[in-house]
Design a protein around this ligand. Sequence first.
Ligand SMILES: O=C[C@H](O)[C@H](O)COP(=O)(O)O
Ligand SMILES: C=C(OP(=O)(O)O)C(=O)O
Ligand SMILES: [Mn+2]
Length: 452
Amino acid sequence: MTQHHQDQQPWSPTGWRELPARQQPAYPDKELLQSTLDSLRTLPPLVYPTEIEQLKKQMGAAAAGQRFILQGGDCAERFSECTQANITNKMKILLQMSLILTYGTRKPVVRLGRIAGQYAKPRSSAEETVNGVSYPSYRGDAVNDYELDAARRVPDPQRLMQAYSRSALTLNYIRAMINGGFADLRHAFAWKLHSIEKAKKWEEYRDIVETILDAIHFMESCGVDSYLLASVDFFTSHEGLLLEYESALTHRDPSSGRYYNMGAHMLWIGERTRQLDGAHVEYCRGLANPVGVKIGPDADPEEVIELLRRLNPANEEGKVTLITRMGMERVEKALPPLLRHIHQSKTSVTWSCDPMHGNTRTVSGGIKTRTFDHIEGELESCFRIHQENSSTLAGVHFELTGEDVTECTGGSANLQDKDLARNYVSTCDPRLNYSQSLEMAFLISRQVRLHS
Ligand SMILES: O=C[C@H](O)[C@H](O)COP(=O)(O)O
Ligand SMILES: C=C(OP(=O)(O)O)C(=O)O
Ligand SMILES: [Mn+2]
């Protein structure tokens, strides 16, 4: 099969098995894997095709500058964190950020959580060594246990079923909250989090909410019905890493004949698994879902164009989002040629910036962190470079949490490396905490206004 003809070949949800698949768990118990996948295939989908199409339309509108995408959540969700408090706090920070962004940019925000399925992680190294002992690396709760115990680090297929169930439970609660009016703008003061006293930006947020509430009261007193403010669209996404799991959740929609991954509204392909002739690209090319691809600083522009042709042969708007994650230092050199080549190729792309993954540094003791100023630096460069190249940055992609964690340094509380140990909770990459996330939303609003 030649590279150029692969996209014309027939596609099936499991056709990727013919191609090399990176970052897949080596399950010792193959029979248990098969029976788990068989059960997963029979279970009801988590999302519905019309919702997926709705998101694709919104992503297309964002590419045209009519909307702005906020994609965010944990690096790795944990099964143990599938609790009311945890889900509520994540929704609170995402809703607060989206309100700040809507107000600041005057654009509707596409709310896309890294949530309800973000349970699998690609790793740089297959093993980690602690106190001279080697263990298989933790690959997310869908694969193995975080606990440092050799037996518990062995990939267990039953975890796939737990991942599906926890995703369903999480999404069920999100839907209940939204249907119940939790996202109603008139309740924007109630999205208060415990760590509010520490969030210097809360005052600024409160002023925005007061202005919005005044406007709503004015509208209502004019007789305008404001019931529409009671509900919002909220979509789910995760890295489409574990291909056996993802293909078990892929179903043909009988009314359109198209295949949808019904485990999430959007999937993305990671920087480590986006090889042109690899299994992840092959799997994703047959999906009708919007698909993201992470793009690091070493990506070859011609290869990215080929990737776009492969993933989006019909050049459908909103179908592919390129999420650049180049790092503050490398973005200046690496992004402009990519934008120019893709512009010339006339392929339709939604551009997003992940200012987290190119800015990771390890401090003594082996803790991974990211500096607020570096994150902001990449984001600002990205906005400017897009404008200089007549391109639109349609959204942002963040690892963040509503909790008061100490994982990234800087921000208004000016966390230092020495503070990281205080409340470092993430099992993989460092997330912006509640106050840093709020602050970031104001910075993004400013950038969107400056560059549109
Ligand atoms: O979340 C992204 C990757 O899984 C993560 O950055 C890899 O981390 P590692 O380099 O510690 O394996
Ligand atoms: C693995 C991730 O990112 P990347 O593929 O960009 O390294 C991630 O988003 O957690
Ligand atoms: Mn990550």
